[in-house]
Design a protein around this ligand. Structure first.
Ligand SMILES: Cc1cc2nc3c(=O)[nH]c(=O)nc-3n(C[C@H](O)[C@H](O)[C@H](O)COP(=O)(O)OP(=O)(O)OC[C@H]3O[C@@H](n4cnc5c(N)ncnc54)[C@H](O)[C@@H]3O)c2cc1C
Length: 484
């Protein structure tokens, strides 16, 4: 594999793959992926992808309004406009690449409803939309001769050079350096900073940490979304998500007395945006002094439910619950990051020729709370913008590559055990659904100490070190944001 590339993309989820597809075929592109190609948040997406495309009763304006309302009007309105008005273009493109969305008997696309949406505008592939999109994009990328993919290759750090950027990687105990003129960070979310999350194991915020260390602007990192209906099995870190679409199809939320309670908190009931629903569950939990909550859709036709939610139905059955017959235990948990590496409308960060796309980026489209199914759309629209901006700049970029040195510290100690666990506990106690400023201030002091230790300790650079440093850096920026 070559050492020098026009473009390096860090991440192989929806954002990274779609960026590669949209780059011109004469560019040499490398995609780096720290674990197996299928392990990412994109593959886990269930509900679908929002967009107004051949929808006579819906409009871009309605989609824009719903996005702004859900985001508490903290959104960047220009970015929102870009997102909703370009949705049709990217939906059409991924359909042409082979993505198979569910259809009605008359051949039109079936669009479902999710919390916060005023219209049925969510395109989906049963309840496994992310898997359908990422596997199709990957199949397409594999056919591109100009794109190399390095699986199980962890980026340990990134440096800015006089000719672009360099990535220091670790694969099978071997370190390498790859150079490029343009870099796109598409490293996904930060869920693993929490004790309980719906996110996959890769979601440790590495890209945000690299960007922060290079001096790029990070924005609104404390805007973390907690999904109200994760399956309540508090024995594993990764909580199985029960999609918003289940409430979209009519599921009720019940408290420990098996009574509906959302009418006490919001007139939109179970279809209020997810921050409102999560908040209501925590308030009801305090009122009832119980964390026992349920999602109930058992009153609906069982054949319909099995067809509409085959994956959720099977997964819950494995856990001993039949959603067609009984209420299922749920509780909120960490789900998504609205903030991130700040980017402009071209997905460029505050550093030249460094781009960020997907969940690690902050485009401003989500404001204080993401509207359901807008994130896959954001990953597509803005990763395409990154590819288009790079294409426009090609003539002015350097032709050579500067070589820089990285240190692996392989003769140094491994990091001590426990830093990650402690950081997760701090985040779960201080910045969960309803943040606690006192715990955040106390937590910040400890996280700052751990971070200084990691930065100055000269530890052996391996996955444990890289991910611990990312988690701690993300927690540090979030808590700093909360207490300031
Ligand atoms: C359970 C669940 C359900 C969801 N449902 C929906 C939904 O229905 N609709 C919707 O719009 N959104 C949904 N989302 C959110 C959405 O899936 C994500 O926000 C989006 O897919 C993120 O895509 P991405 O490309 O930014 O990141 P990811 O898909 O997470 O990809 C990140 C990539 O970065 C790589 N990476 C990270 N760090 C490094 C490193 N140091 N070195 C090398 N590689 C690295 C990873 O290996 C991975 O390939 C859901 C999320 C979850 C967790």
């Amino acid at each position: 594999m070559s050492k020098n590339y026009d473009v390096i993309i860090v991440g192989c989820g929806a954002a990274g793959l779609y960026a590669a597809i949209n780059l011109p075929s004469h560019l040499k592109v490398l995609i780096l992926c720290k674990r197996e190609l299928s392990l990412c948040n994109s593959s886990l997406a269930q509900g679908g992808i929002a967009g107004v495309y051949n929808s006579p009763n819906d409009s871009i304006q309605f989609h824009q309004n719903d996005t702004l309302v859900a985001g508490g009007f903290k959104n960047n309105i220009d970015a929102v406009h870009t997102l909703v008005s370009e949705a049709a273009q990217d939906l059409e493109k991924i359909i042409s690449l082979g993505v198979d969305f569910d259809k009605n008997p008359d051949g039109t696309y079936h669009r479902t409803l999710e919390g916060g949406h005023g219209h049925h505008r969510i395109f989906h592939h049963a309840d496994a939309t992310g898997e359908e999109i990422t596997s199709t994009l990957l199949e397409n990328v594999r056919t591109l001769e100009n794109v190399d993919i390095a699986e199980n290759t962890l980026v340990c750090s990134v440096k800015r050079t006089s000719t672009g950027y360099s990535a220091f990687t670790l694969c099978n105990n071997e370190y390498s350096t790859y150079n490029c003129h343009f870099m796109i960070l598409a490293t996904g979310g930060i869920g693993r900073v929490y004790e309980y999350t719906t996110n996959s194991a890769i979601a440790t915020g590495d890209g945000i940490c690299f960007a922060y260390e290079m001096g790029a602007k990070i924005k609104n990192l404390s805007y973390v979304q907690f999904h109200p209906t994760a399956f309540n099995n508090k024995h594993t870190r990764e909580c199985f998500l029960i999609s918003e679409a289940v409430r979209g199809e009519g599921a009720y939320l019940l408290n420990c007395h098996r009574e509906r309670f959302m009418h006490n908190y919001d007139k939109r009931l179970e279809l209020a945006p997810r921050d409102v629903v999560s908040h209501s569950i925590i308030l009801e939990s305090r009122k009832q002094n119980s964390t026992e909550f349920y999602l109930d859709i058992s009153y609906k036709d069982s054949d319909f439910l099995k067809k509409r939610f085959p994956m959720i139905y099977e997964k819950l059955l494995e856990q001993g619950y039949d959603l067609t017959k009984e209420p299922v235990p749920i509780f909120p948990c960490q789900h998504y990051l609205m903030g991130g590496i700040d980017v402009d409308n071209n997905a460029e960060t505050s550093l030249p020729n460094l781009y960020a796309a997907g969940e690690c980026s902050h485009t401003g489209v989500h404001g204080g709370n993401r509207l359901a199914s807008n994130s896959l759309l954001e990953a597509l629209v803005f990763s395409r913008h990154a590819a288009e901006d790079i294409t426009r700049k090609l003539d002015s970029c350097p032709k050579d590559f500067e070589e820089v040195q990285f240190s692996s510290n392989t003769d140094h100690e491994h990091i001590p055990q426990g830093f990650r666990t402690e950081t997760r506990r701090i985040m779960q106690n201080s910045h969960f659904v309803i943040p606690d400023k006192n715990s955040a201030a106390e937590g910040f002091r400890r996280v700052e100490e751990i971070r200084e230790n990691l930065l100055s300790g000269g530890y052996y650079v391996d996955a444990a070190y890289v991910e611990a440093k990312s988690l701690v850096t993300v927690a540090y920026i979030i808590l700093k944001d909360v207490i300031r």
